[in-house]
Design a protein around this ligand. Structure first.
Ligand SMILES: C[S@@+](CC[C@H](N)C(=O)[O-])C[C@H]1O[C@@H](n2cnc3c(N)ncnc32)[C@H](O)[C@@H]1O
Length: 378
């Protein structure tokens, strides 16, 4: 496990600092934050650990090499010079995907086939194969990403994106990505002993992510990763990472989390998703319209992704909901309120300026995360 690797945890725009904090909490130092990614160096056991634990990263990629490339010759020779045999086995299957932004080498299909040829040549030489590589073994998705003539060659260690926790068996019309939902919870100061409510819970993503965070359950516990089949990562590293996840989970932590929604079908879906996540009935689900929400305890957290009112005819109704929410929460100053919406008039409708705002993308939709810090009653 001594082999050092450089890993890239990719992050949605605006989430880089949160991903970086998570990487550091896993014990990794030497962490660099860049646009859309967090780069860190660690021994190979970081591949299982990062995949299992990172709640807000999209994927974990293994950096094979980085260099300037302005001609196809450059790209071929410098790709061939990288130690691919350290990662890809003789029978490994390695499709190459690509992207190119603001670079002289702009034809992505050409870059992909050149990278493929260069790796094939390298591996054939290293493994002493005269004919062709069989590609019947483990799967390695290689990516060539060119940005301003800098080529970044990576192998994806995750497989499906890390947002696929394996619990979402059903969803509503506008489900939040699990990674973003986790980030919404992470930026609050919520402690699992305190009440937590999402009154527009839809398929339950925010409440489920809060429960996983509350009991310190590794988000990747229920799924598989592409790199589980890679021979350069000792099986022991995977076994230890899963064992660590089991030991760190605090199933005794009581939770006070409620998800409610106006749509009863979504409540059924949220319940099923929570079951799939292994949460049993730890989260309380309730069919209710937001207007009927009444906080019954102090020092709670409301974290929500309400409708944005972007569809025709929906706006007046949505604005009414924001007003209703503002009126309800005005009487509960010990509650902290966090709302993600693209509606720029949110603060006006809610009736109060946010303590803090953070720009985030929900998919392609530009949103603000409005944060109102409660005055806690001790
Ligand atoms: C953007 S979706 C939330 C999606 C959710 N975060 C998820 O991951 O599935 C907004 C939700 O608000 C619910 N909703 C709409 N009007 C409501 C109201 N007046 N009271 C409560 N919920 C309402 C919708 O049924 C929908 O599920």
């Amino acid at each position: 496990m001594d082999q050092q690797v450089t890993l890239i945890a990719t992050a949605a725009m605006g989430l880089e600092a949160i991903v970086s904090k998570e990487v550091k909490e896993l014990g990794y130092e030497n962490v660099q934050v860049e646009n859309g990614r967090v780069v860190f160096t660690a021994d190979v056991s970081a591949i299982p650990r990062a995949n299992l634990w990172l709640r807000t990263a999209d994927r974990v990629k293994l950096l094979v090499g980085k260099f300037k490339a302005v001609t196809f010759d450059d790209l071929f020779e410098k790709t061939k010079a990288l130690p691919w045999e350290n990662f890809i086995t003789e029978d490994g299957e390695f499709p190459v995907v690509g992207k190119s932004v603001k670079s002289k080498l702009y034809s992505v299909p050409d870059c992909q086939s050149i990278v493929k040829k260069a790796i094939v040549e390298r591996l054939k030489k290293k493994y002493g194969v005269a004919s062709w590589l069989k590609e019947t073994g483990a799967f390695y998705r290689v990516e060539i990403a060119l940005h301003k003539d800098e080529a970044l060659l990576t192998i994806d260690t995750s497989g499906s994106g890390l947002h696929k926790r394996g619990y979402r068996v059903g969803q509503g019309e506008a489900p939040l990505k699990e990674t973003l939902a986790a980030a919404l919870v992470q930026v609050t100061n919520w402690h699992p002993d305190e009440p937590f409510v999402d009154p527009f819970c839809g398929s339950g993503t925010i409440a489920i992510e809060a429960a996983l965070i509350g009991q310190n359950i590794a988000p990747g516990f229920n799924r598989e990763f592409a790199s589980e089949d890679w021979s350069f990562i000792p099986q022991k590293a995977w076994d230890e990472a899963f064992q660590e996840a089991e030991e760190c989970a605090n199933y005794d932590q009581p939770l006070n989390i409620t998800g409610s929604d106006i749509d009863p079908d979504l409540i059924d879906i949220a319940k099923n998703n929570a079951m799939e996540a292994g949460l049993g009935d730890l989260v309380t689900w309730k069919q209710m319209q937001v207007r009927d929400f009444k906080p019954k305890q102090e020092n709670g957290y409301l974290v929500s992704n309400p409708p944005y009112g972007e569809r025709m005819g929906e706006r007046p109704e949505v604005e009414e909901m924001y007003r209703d929410l503002g009126v309800i929460m005005r009487d509960h100053p010990s509650w902290s309120v966090y709302v993600l919406t693209s509606h720029e008039g949110f603060e006006k409708l809610y009736g109060k300026e946010a303590t803090k705002k953070r720009k985030l993308f929900n998919g392609f939709i530009k949103t603000d995360y409005y944060q109102y810090f409660g005055k806690k009653i001790r």
